[in-house]
Design a protein around this ligand. Structure first.
Ligand code: PMV
Length: 331
């Protein structure tokens, strides 16, 4: 162990991402650094304007890591996730010192969006840089972010991102395809069952899990190929199939896992109606919560947003576009 540590502050900003092809299921993990290795490949887009800012410094006088999020000190499971990530940074850099971490979410609190991806990506990027392990913007930061939250591995990179191994990787820059994402908030409450517990329960008890894993590579390749040829219709078709299969698989668990609320279905039906009316290209996806994210061409975004805002039960609409990767600054 070395006892001389960097005495500056590193600040990282990372954005949330949404999966078009879903991560749902973990490969068996033996060692701590194998935490959250995905059982299936996923494809995502990082989202502009929804981000976490995290500052990290060594605090050699502290007894343990301390982390505040939006001014509140973390304890219990949320703290344990950060400590697991920071332990890996200490192990790789051979430094023993605890870290002092301050984090602020700029994902609207009422959005009901998981900010764990942006939060863990910002934490990993800042800690990697602080410990002298590299820029914090590449493969190592992605591997380490994954320990805190699987989907955080993807938020290290901007634009279109694939995750099919220990780290995520950039596939295409954000301007590769001109799209917007409309997020229909139907419930801003905390999710009823967290993704970690839900994924494990699905693997252990859903009879559909085996089929989900078996088809995942084909759906992933289909999505990536559609994206490569800028085929939004093809990408939406793969995204909706992946979404439906993920939720069907979770619904098959014991006890069943159901994230959908009546207004979620009303939004999906409106998307289908707009599509069958003929002149709009758009598609929907949902994650471990009831809000619906709708992908459409950039120039149609206002029309889609206005229509979805009128659906019964929609509380709020957010609009986003493909965003940048993590930004790291040393002060
Ligand atoms: O990173 P986690 O553990 O919050 O898992 C996220 C899983 C989904 O959001 C449902 C799908 C995905 O690929 O992001």
């Amino acid at each position: 162990m070395v006892d001389l540590v960097f005495d500056g502050v590193v600040v990282a900003k990372a954005q949330v991402n949404i999966a078009l092809i879903k991560y749902w299921g973990k490969a068996p993990a033996g060692r701590p650094e194998e935490t959250n290795l995905p059982a299936v490949p996923s494809l995502s887009v990082s989202l502009d304007g929804l981000w976490t800012e995290t500052s990290v410094r060594f605090d050699p006088d502290a007894a343990t890591d301390h982390v505040t999020l939006d001014g509140e000190r973390l304890e219990g499971e949320p703290l344990a996730r950060c400590v697991a990530l920071l332990d890996r940074v200490r192990e790789l850099s051979d430094v023993a010192s605890p870290f002092a971490v301050q984090s602020t979410n700029h994902v609207p609190t009422a959005a009901g969006l998981a900010s764990s991806a942006s939060g863990m990506a910002a934490l990993a990027a800042a800690a990697v840089r602080c410990a002298g392990l590299g820029s914090g913007t590449g493969e190592l930061a992605s591997r380490i972010a994954r320990i805190g939250s699987g989907s955080a591995a993807r938020s290290i990179f901007g634009g279109w991102v694939a995750w099919d191994g220990p780290a995520a990787r950039s596939l295409f820059p954000r301007d590769h395809l001109d799209v917007a994402v409309v997020i229909a908030i139907v419930d801003a409450e905390r999710k009823t069952i967290g993704s970690r517990i839900a994924m494990n329960r699905t693997r252990e008890s859903s009879p559909f899990y085996k089929g989900w894993v078996e088809q995942s590579q084909d759906t992933f390749v289909e999505g990536c190929e559609a994206l490569e040829r800028r085929d939004l219709v093809g990408l939406i078709s793969a995204m909706e199939a992946s979404t439906m299969r993920m939720h069907a698989c979770a619904m098959g668990a014991r006890p069943p896992i159901l994230y959908w609320k009546p207004p979620s279905l009303a939004v999906i039906e409106q998307v289908q109606r707009l599509r069958s009316d003929g002149d709009l290209v758009l598609g929907w996806t949902m994650d471990a919560g009831p809000n619906v994210k709708v992908l459409c061409p950039g120039h149609d975004v206002q029309r889609v947003a206005d229509t979805l805002a009128r659906v019964d039960g929609v509380q709020r609409i957010l609009i986003s576009r493909p965003g940048r990767g993590v930004f790291v600054d040393v002060r």
